[in-house]
Design a protein around this ligand. Structure first.
Ligand SMILES: Cc1cc2nc3c(=O)[nH]c(=O)nc-3n(C[C@H](O)[C@H](O)[C@H](O)COP(=O)(O)OP(=O)(O)OC[C@H]3O[C@@H](n4cnc5c(N)ncnc54)[C@H](O)[C@@H]3O)c2cc1C
Length: 462
């Protein structure tokens, strides 16, 4: 495993991913003029899902990536293959009272679809079908979790409220919403497996081919890269947060955020079990901006997000800001006091695209130019599924009901709160305040903190 440099405090900061190395067999860059039926811009999960399905259906398709397929969030994410929708369930119910049930069905189907994709293509990605938990670290969050579990279950989600200790969560996590579908994967290996499947599918793949413009013309849609052009009947914009930089993409469709992950050194399995984490389930917290914690197959803990950064300037490769790393390590020390000697070893991050609705979006920017985004930091399962649904529509099928749920009639978007650095910082500050209040609640009557049970445990079923 190579990493791209040594950062502060002994943590190596990588500008790519900690999961895999870059592929050594890049597909050719686009040169000259190529004609095709469909051009897909961006080879992440969404673009690869679209291209794979089109190729499997015998449609002539070209897939272009600025770097290589899987370079983006696809290879960098935390590996929670989940039916979780981004955003607090109460907020989603308020924003989408008529769509929530259908959005949940979309998310459930995404996991089923991804399971099928992994099986069909024999992708070895260290899949552990543990499900995932949105967990509470304070009594206030626990109350909200119980309420939100009710909202989700009423709307048809395959979820339940669980007690932390009974379920096998680490001591600091009181309980939460267990979402049964999916589990944990190595997303780098998954992205690599999908890339192999696309390369073998008959799709024309061009890497190191950044698309600068997409312009409708008399001879079809013209997609331009530094050394070539594609003339296509139809184009799909699938470059996630980077769609912000394409003039033809609907304005305000995405607010890009840079989110970060840190990985520890390997930890002895008995020490991991002694934290109470016997379920090995993937955990994200119930904060406004989540913290995530998971065990990897190499018995390290991978943790992240907490302080996202709003995009300023180009969305290129970058390393994690050491101040963000330090804040994440502080959180890790707080949640895992018995692992205070465990050292963080490396850090990396990636761009996610937040949409104003917090749901995936799909539609047409103009005639024959489609866009699709299934991110909001939760697109691992959703993006390839949305890509396949869009491909089926482009192939002439009647739109699937899951596609209809997300289809936008007009390419118009309201501003997203995630585009404001001030709003993002304020969310972080509110989260820290709730942590502090939560810690005060957890102190014993004589004022001392109980190290084994950081928060009082009440049966959530009482
Ligand atoms: C640190 C991190 C942790 C995450 N954790 C999780 C998780 O645990 N679970 C989960 O469900 N989701 C998670 N996500 C989100 C998930 O990774 C994304 O939702 C998903 O990867 C989106 O897929 P995509 O294909 O839309 O975009 P991407 O994977 O970002 O792919 C976009 C592609 O477009 C290419 N591109 C960009 N501009 C151009 C251009 N002009 N021309 C050609 N190509 C271009 C890029 O090179 C890239 O390969 C996480 C994301 C990050 C960054």
């Amino acid at each position: 495993m190579t990493v791209d440099g040594m950062g502060t405090a002994g943590i190596r900061h990588s500008s790519f991913s900690g999961w895999i190395d870059r592929p050594s067999d890049p597909a050719p860059a686009l040169e000259g003029v190529v004609d095709t039926d469909v051009a897909v811009v961006g080879g992440g999960y969404l673009g690869m899902g679209t291209a794979l399905r089109l190729a499997e259906r015998g449609i002539d398709v070209a897939l272009l990536d600025a770097q290589f397929c899987g370079w983006g969030a696809a290879s960098r994410n935390a590996g929670y293959l989940t039916n979780t929708l981004a955003g607090d369930a109460r907020m989603l119910a308020a924003l989408h009272p008529r769509r929530l049930r259908r959005a949940i069905r979309f998310a459930d189907s995404s996991v089923e679809f991804s399971n099928g994709l992994i099986e069909r293509h024999g992708i070895e990605c260290d899949y552990e079908r543990t499900g995932n938990v949105i967990a509470a670290v304070t009594e206030g969050q626990l109350k909200r979790s119980r309420h939100n579990a009710g909202i989700l279950v009423d709307a048809g989600a395959d979820a339940e409220f669980v007690d932390g200790r009974e379920f096998g969560l680490p001591d600091a996590f009181l309980g939460g919403i267990f979402e049964r579908a999916g589990g944990l994967i190595n997303p780098g290996k998954y992205a690599r497996g999908l890339r192999d499947a696309v390369l073998m599918s008959g799709a024309k793949v061009f890497e190191n081919s950044p698309v600068g413009s997409i312009r409708p013309g008399r001879a079809g849609i013209v997609v331009t890269t530094p050394n070539g052009r594609i003339r296509a009947e139809r184009v799909v914009i699938a470059n996630n947060a980077h769609s912000r930089d394409l003039a033809i993409a609907p304005p305000r469709m995405t607010a890009p955020l840079w989110v970060s992950l840190v990985e520890t050194e390997p930890i002895a399995p008995e020490r991991l079990r002694a934290t109470g984490w016997t379920s090995r389930v993937g955990i994200s917290t119930h904060h406004l901006v989540l913290e995530s914690y998971r065990i990897t197959p190499r018995n390290t803990i991978l943790f992240g997000v907490r302080r996202p950064e709003v995009a300023r300037g180009a969305l290129g490769a970058r390393e994690v800001d050491p101040r963000v790393t330090a804040d994440l390590v502080r959180a890790f020390r707080q949640r895992f006091p018995t692992l205070s000697d465990v050292e963080p070893r490396r850090a990396w991050g990636g761009w996610i695209a937040m949409t104003p609705s917090w749901l995936p979006v799909v539609g047409e920017a103009t005639d024959n130019v489609s866009y699709a985004i299934a991110c909001n930091g939760h697109g691992l399962a959703q993006a390839p599924y949305l890509g396949a649904l869009l491909a089926d529509r482009l192939a002439g099928d009647a739109p699937h009901e899951d596609l209809e749920t997300l289809w936008r009639r007009r390419p118009w978007f309201s501003p997203s709160p995630a585009s404001s650095a001030l709003a993002v910082r304020a969310a972080w500050a509110v989260d820290r305040l709730s942590d502090r209040l939560g810690r005060r609640e957890s102190r014993s009557p004589d004022g001392s903190a109980d190290p084994r049970t950081p928060h009082p445990r009440r049966s959530p079923f009482a």
